[in-house]
Design a protein around this ligand. Structure first.
Ligand code: BYC
Ligand code: FE
Ligand code: FE
Length: 471
């Protein structure tokens, strides 16, 4: 068991005080992080006290502490899951060899790229969401937003710890650059596409936390299998926090759907009372789910094959022994590939299909979420369902990029795409309508008209709890 040092300048369970060089390096990055937070994090709420959860250790049960804190004073810490003695690499070419506690030289660049890509998404999401506090539909929701934001900040810390500890001066440079790129900036954009899209309204935020944070769950899970033990342990603990982000999304979209369905049931047109029509909700679901599919990279990827072969990135739940062959050799994955105006099944060696495999697991998970929304729609008694778009629709990465598919996954012409696009994806008008509803509701126990209240408050507090104490 590692000891937890909560009083240190940087709370940690990695014995930071025993490595003065590293401690100094991280302590000199710390003020730059705070500066970044103040400059590009949530605007205007840094003096208010938010009822936040702070990670204070990795033990089951008592790993977090709730209190009212000012966000810039949040105790961002470095926490790795406890090590497993004699851990072995459990997949790929090096099956059975001891997991690494240092980076093998030949893997240095690849591993650094994975860590930087992961790290880059965390501050990006905070930047994307920076204005949402101003239009929170309730104090409860404002707290949720800021909870997600500070934890994404901690996830950045997690990756920066790895860069500083294991990648020398290159790693320190990368850690600096993580604070320099900006979501949506034309000259210094964030690395992955979905993290450069604006999030200007709460329906987008809830769709993002449902679908994009869920990519986080799957990518982190794949990295939690890694043969590079510090990465595995770091990402494993990040997943603990991630669950809340996805819950915020699922419940958030669910509450918007619930509100609209109630109005439909009583025969009220949602637009007349400032709620969000179901077809707009569907379009937002289409937008953020498909943007998130792209985050898995190409379905047929030699990068992915190398990550797997070298033991850097495993399959989802690889360690649970659910796959027959931990080397994934002599097997194919069949994927329908566009050829002319047809889809033709093509066999790809399984290792090259690792991104596709992870995407499949993700898609099945998303389908379960959509099912839950649909069960609620049924229970309310309205004749409408949300549909999760096909993995082929609206893609900019992978084998379907450059082709047009409808949300059902049928190959269509560019002409047909353009004719239907506005039925499938948000139009400027849709966005303006949703934006017009975004008025803050900051009174305790009150909530905006376009969303139902949550079933439960945060940390077992009631909905009308003072989640934010304004200064
Ligand atoms: N946008 O072989 P390919 C989270 C690039 S979310 C732009 O197809 P590969 C979070 C790719 O980099 C989880 N570029 O893909 C959620 C490559 O570039 P190079 C984040 C893209 O390499 C919410 C080229 O295309 N974590 O934590 O197997 C809030 C061909 O690559 C995109 C990770 O992503 C794209 N969408 O896989 C906060 C895990 N997709 O080499 C946080 C770390 C691909 O030609 N990253 N490209 O220059 C990885 O595992 C992999 O890099 C990827 C791509 C899965 C992203
Ligand atoms: Fe994260
Ligand atoms: Fe997250």
């Amino acid at each position: 068991m590692s000891t937890v040092d909560l009083d240190a300048k940087i709370p940690n369970n990695v014995n930071l005080k025993d490595d003065k060089r590293l401690q100094r390096a991280l302590e000199s990055w710390q003020p730059k992080f705070i500066e970044w937070w103040k400059e590009t994090g949530p605007t205007d709420f840094n003096l208010d006290q938010i009822y936040l959860r702070t990670a204070i250790g990795v033990g089951k049960g008592g790993w977090a502490h709730f209190d009212h804190v000012r966000m810039p004073e949040y105790r961002w810490g470095i926490f790795l899951a406890d090590p497993i003695a004699d851990r072995k690499i459990h997949f790929g070419d090096q099956l059975g060899s001891p997991a690494w506690n240092q980076v093998p030289g030949e893997m240095r660049n690849r591993l650094r790229r994975l860590i930087v890509t992961q790290g880059d998404t965390e501050p990006a999401s905070v930047e994307q969401q920076r204005l949402l506090g101003h239009t929170a539909p309730s104090l409860y929701d404002m707290r949720s937003l800021f909870q997600v934001n500070v934890e994404e900040g901690r996830h950045l810390w997690a990756m920066v710890y790895l860069l500083h500890t294991y990648f020398g001066s290159d790693g320190r440079d990368e850690a600096e650059d993580l604070l320099k790129r900006r979501s949506g900036n034309a000259d210094h954009p964030r690395i992955l596409e979905a993290f450069n899209k604006p999030i200007q309204d709460w329906l987008s935020f809830f769709c993002f936390t449902t679908f994009t944070d869920r990519d986080g769950k799957y990518q982190l899970s794949a990295l939690a299998e890694s043969g590079f033990d510090p990465l595995a342990r770091t990402t494993q603990f990040m997943l603990t926090e991630e669950a809340y982000h996805m819950q915020t999304g699922e419940n958030g979209v669910g509450r918007v759907i619930h509100r609209t369905a109630q109005l439909m049931k009583e025969g009220t047109d949602p637009r007349t009372v400032g709620a969000i029509p179901m077809d707009i909700i569907q379009k937002y679901v289409n937008e953020w789910s498909t943007a998130s599919y792209d985050l898995f990279g190409g379905e047929d990827s030699t990068n992915a094959a190398e990550y797997f072969a070298t033991g850097l990135k495993g399959r989802y739940r690889e360690g649970d022994g659910i796959y027959k062959d931990p080397k994934a050799l002599n097997q194919d994955y069949t994927m329908p590939v566009p050829q002319g105006d047809k889809l033709v099944d093509q066999k790809v060696p399984l290792r090259r299909a690792m991104n596709a495999l992870l995407l499949d697991a993700y898609h099945a998970d998303c389908a379960r979420i959509v099912d839950r929304w649909n069960r609620d729609l049924k229970a309310i008694g309205v004749d409408v369902q949300i549909k999760l778009p096909s993995l082929r629709c609206n893609r900019n990465q992978g084998i379907y990029a450059g082709h047009r598919f409808n949300p059902d996954g049928q190959l269509i012409s560019q002409h047909e795409w353009e004719a239907h696009r506005d039925q499938w994806f948000p139009t400027q008008k849709d966005r303006e309508y949703v934006q017009s509803l975004m008025k803050p509701v900051l009174e305790r126990g009150k909530i905006a008209n376009w969303i139902a209240p949550p079933h439960q408050g945060a940390n077992n507090q009631p909905f009308d709890f003072e989640y934010v104490k304004f200064h």
